[in-house]
Ligand binder design. Structure first.
Ligand SMILES: O=C(CO)[C@H](O)[C@H](O)COP(=O)(O)O
Length: 261
């Protein structure tokens, strides 16, 4: 492993490396977005190139599509795939019920559509992503650009009427301009501190005109794989709780790291 790989990247890699063991020949796989998911895409690429694994990948962003093609994964769209065997993606937070906040990378809309169209969703994460209650990470809400300030005002009104604790909202920026998603929308981040009822908040947000989708993933994730910098991984299942404690041997993964050089 290259000396420059940080402890957090080692943890992300360990989770990603264990997750790809769930991928079988012939599967249609949803490919998540973000730095943890990028490790998973690299691992899958290596299995395609070195072991002859035959899969088709449905990326959740243009960034992931570029990386998948670069590492040799055949990429198709969701309309062509129709239904997927498995999606593997990162998360910004997960709680004890394996509910998630996603969208830190701005890809929440495609991520939610792809994960929902999958038999199974596996989330890969480092331990810092685990929380007792969702909401310390700002909740991303994707809104259409037309009338976005009105939509934002409606979101704030709703937060007040629901007596939600933190109510600050910010338009996500890319430099001095609004950040624009792959679907051409904006993102308003909600700084809530703690979300008492994520299911209710998700439903109410999506009823506001102009809101396209929000980053709460409720009852979508089946399994979380938590990686550690020492290669330890914990596998947590929605029905069975913790099902395994294992260890990834980084020394066996030299090929992937040499690809990065
Ligand atoms: O939801 C996402 C992108 O929209 C990412 O999965 C999430 O932000 C986690 O990213 P990272 O693995 O880089 O911490």
């Amino acid at each position: 492993m290259p000396a420059e790989l940080s402890p957090i990247d080692k943890a992300k890699f360990a989770a990603a490396r264990r997750a790809v063991d769930y991928v079988e020949d012939g599967m249609k796989v949803g490919l998540g977005t973000g730095s943890t998911a990028a490790w998973m895409v690299r691992c899958l690429g290596e299995m395609v190139r070195e072991d002859g694994l035959r899969i088709t990948g449905v990326p959740t962003s243009s960034r992931t599509a570029d990386l998948a093609r670069q590492v040799g994964i055949e990429v198709i769209g969701l309309d062509e795939a129709k239904w997927l065997d498995l999606t593997i993606d990162g998360a910004d937070e997960f709680d004890g019920q394996l509910n998630l906040i996603k969208g830190g990378g701005g890809a929440l809309l495609q991520e939610k559509i792809v994960a929902t169209a999958s038999d199974q969703m596996i989330v890969i994460a480092d331990a810092a992503k685990e929380v007792a209650a969702l909401g310390a990470f700002p909740l991303p809400v994707e809104v259409v650009p037309f009338g976005w300030q009105t939509t934002r005002a409606l979101i704030e009104e709703m937060l007040i009427s629901m007596e939600v604790l933190g109510r600050q909202t910010t338009l996500r920026l890319n430099g001095s301009q609004p950040f624009v998603t792959d679907e051409g929308n904006y993102i308003v981040d909600l700084h809530l501190n703690r979300i008492a009822n994520p299911r209710q908040l998700s439903l109410v947000l999506n009823q506001i005109p102009g809101v396209v989708e929000n980053g709460l993933f409720i009852d979508i994730c089946d399994r979380v794989i938590i990686g550690g910098a020492d290669g330890k991984v914990e596998i947590r299942d929605i029905n069975e709780g913790t099902v395994a404690h294992e260890r990834i041997d980084f020394a066996d993964e030299a090929n992937i790291f040499s690809d990065l050089d």
